[in-house]
Design a protein around this ligand. Sequence first.
Ligand SMILES: Cc1ncc(COP(=O)(O)O)c(C=O)c1O
Length: 385
Amino acid sequence: MTDAVTPVHAETLDILRLRTSEKWVTYPADVLPLFVAEMDYPLAPAIADAIIARVRASDTGYVASPAPVAQAFSGFAKRRWGWEVAPAGIRTTTDVSVAIVETLRQVLSPGDHVVITPPVYPPFFDMIPEAGGRVVEVPLVDDGTGWAFDFDELEAAFADGARALLLCNPQNPLGLVHSATTLARIADLAARFDAYVVSDEIHAPLTHMDAVFTPFLSVSDAAREHGIAVTSASKAFNLAGVKCALMIAASPRITAILDRMPEEVLWRTSILGLHGSVAAFTSSDDWLDGVIRSIEQNRVLLGNLLATHLPGVRYREPHSSYLTWLDFRELGWGDDPSIRALDVARVALNPGPSFGDLGRGFARMNIACAPDVLEVAVARLAAAR
Ligand SMILES: Cc1ncc(COP(=O)(O)O)c(C=O)c1O
């Protein structure tokens, strides 16, 4: 990204409140909704045009093949991350959640253990049982300056029979971008125990300019033999409602696993989602850069606002995406600070404990909003102390 990047501006609250999505209908108008992972920016023009064109052509039937979006994603991965991924190993389905469940179904026997590393995206706790597995938590370790995997505990979990690790790369809610070295170590561990790694890379396109995203499947042969990546345009381009996600294999072994899935898993992809995703991955780089720029500005703004008005809340800047992990413990707002935030400040955040036990005393805040919304939100939280 060069300095020529133009930030993308969030819509005003009046316009946003015309939306009918979860973010805008869950709470009354006096609440600032900074919870669910939807962004307040207008759609990238190329995406809106592509979807509208398909609707105008009444082209709303079934998806014929993953090829157009596989090709588009492959180009995007090469341009943005230098990752050469063969379109032939890419399949599609409705969304990343379904991609995770269906992938796990293929590699688990009922009751098999699957490792997650909290604090992590709450539905991970439910997707594993949905696929027939049992959750094993190996929390990240916080040394006071940053988070890291607990490799001793990961190894113990695999030695104890865990069949898979559900990785969040980059990790929601921390905006933590895992390094190539860390990912290679995880791949080696999975190979040693003949386990699988399902790498959820949905937030990757929103990696900030001061970090480098490493696709899990790019790190080693071990990763390609034992890893499946799942991703979509839904977070970075705000397309959660149009239903198209990618399941990516980079070895014949993993491709064979994807091909064991019932055909219906692929058929359920939305044709509007497919065309929207093609436009996202081929023709929306400038828009994406502008959104990242706006999020980076909000990331700094939030730090300044907290330092000035709410110093009891600790915050480490994310390096990917627009989700921030706020530590309210010093304020004494209890295990779930989002309750007081909503009841008293009228700001909707996600409850920290839903991300795992480590989340007690924390809340997640979505900063993909206008800077003035962030200013009002922090002012209201400060007044609620
Ligand atoms: C890490 C992660 N995975 C998956 C999802 C859900 O994606 P989808 O709507 O494609 O199922 C989200 C949504 O916020 C997420 O943060």
